[in-house]
Design a protein around this ligand. Sequence first.
Ligand code: FAD
Length: 565
Amino acid sequence: MPYPFVPERFPAALPPLRDGVDRVRHRVAIVGAGPVGYCVAIGLAVQGIDSVLIEADDSVCAGSRAICISRRSLEILDRLGALPGFLATGLPWTGGRSFYRDREVLRFTMPNDANQRLPPMLNLAQYHIEQILLERVREFGDRIDLRWQTRLTGIEPRADGVRARLATPLGDYALEADWLVATDGGRSVVRESLGLALAGTSYEGRYVIVDVALRSGRPTERLAFFDPPCNPGSTVLVHKQPQDVWRIDYQLRRDEDAEAAVRPENVLPRVESLLAMIGETADWAPIWISLYRANALTLERYRHGHVLFAGDAAHLVPIFGVRGANSGIDDADNLAWKLAAVLHGLATERLLDTYSEERVAAAKENLRQGAKSTEFMAPPSFAFEWMRTAVLGLAVRHESVRSLINPRQTLPIAYADSALSRAVESSADFVAGPAPGSVLSEAPLGPRASSLRGAGARDAYLTQLLGDHFTLLHFSKGGALPADLGGLDAEMRGLGIRWRTVVIDPATDEATAMLAARYDAARGASYLVRPDGHVLARWRRCTAQDVRLAVARVLDRIGAQGGSG
Ligand SMILES: Cc1cc2nc3c(=O)[nH]c(=O)nc-3n(C[C@H](O)[C@H](O)[C@H](O)COP(=O)(O)OP(=O)(O)OC[C@H]3O[C@@H](n4cnc5c(N)ncnc54)[C@H](O)[C@@H]3O)c2cc1C
């Protein structure tokens, strides 16, 4: 049975060539139109930078890959102008249940409260993710030159850019670009071409990934079954996807033959007995079967001269904890504004080293968490298995142990130690609110949001104040903005720096009072936020000169170590 989604197929095309080389020298070439490549292209376009996006296939991806998109990713996708499609298609969820044999041992809820505008997690298949992003790409017209059926076969790095060799069914050609972003996935040809290798851990445990068509009124939640009666000794995960598609992942025993394990005659009885166990009796049909093995690997640096790595080309994160596509979307968000600032002549290339520094640190945290999840979901040794059995057994009776089973869902990662967070001196006396390097914690702006100076008619939540710009959030009783801060909007825009100042009066209503309390800003304060939503600095009292200096330090990285390989 096919998926209820039929992808559009796109033809190959050749650009005008001179001596086998694309006549146009591009500012940015992005290799790989997966979720991350799309987000880089859209992020650059939003910042006014054109790119060429090279894709080997003739359509969005096929089969079952990412399905869980986090709130942080949704916030980024909102800034990229792609959120409506995600909310219209995806299934939001807030928690799940875990079972040991036939007993429920955990009911968990992801961080969620009345301050949020977006669900903690949204389920939709990766082909939907890519299709929605593709539609957004199309809205930019010629700004994003998407070339289907164009496979990168190698690159030659140069001092001022990169030459890429491309193969298409219509013939081969070369293309030159000032910068090349490698988003060509786990088997990156760019990585191989530069002789780079991912380092880390590859796990032995194997999972069968099965998508089935099944009509069911069951709610969207994550179900995990450890050693279930339907598949003793295994771990089974169940997720609902849109359009009556269900994803079932189950672990293979160590002695099982992988090739035989994915044959329908071996898969279907296991799925049937799982569905029977959970009381699903309606007709169902398999759509997709594949095998998955977890990797926890990363490059040590994501900038190599004029080549920048993002997404699976840069790191491979185990699927348990859903950090693969989600962390790649965060890479794209971090990279796009920095690369745009360099290309607009606002920042030195050294800003791109902070992309590498921040996202490698994030990848290492994701790998750490992903490794812990993997060790629990697919114990790599007898010792891990023994420990897991002990925890699950105890969890049946002891509530205090249950937190150990709680899956590590992806959370926004703070860049607390990054050169950018350290480059600017913040006031040290804040007792609440996001510290430099952290992302803004969400808050409603209240019924009078549109009366806040600098807010727009559709800004109902704090993260909606963000965009393709730096944002200065100034909290002040009475809504007054000191004269010198009032001139910053015009001054920054005059320099070509995208900017927005918003004044929040804590006395406006209950919502702004709560927001100010959560940001320790009831007595007044200013938060300077980067275009990717991370706090750059915060001050109890600041002058325009403090802000100017902070921005100059970021764009020029004054005082930080420069250079890259
Ligand atoms: C079973 C499974 C479940 C997963 N579940 C989740 C989840 O729930 N949440 C989550 O966040 N992540 C999940 N992931 C991980 C997620 O799928 C990946 O992290 C994500 O696809 C990475 O996106 P990317 O754009 O970096 O790479 P890819 O999606 O791999 O895209 C790379 C693109 O580059 C193209 N390409 C490759 N080589 C070339 C070349 N030489 N020239 C031109 N184009 C090229 C490819 O055709 C492809 O379109 C899951 C993965 C698997 C396998």
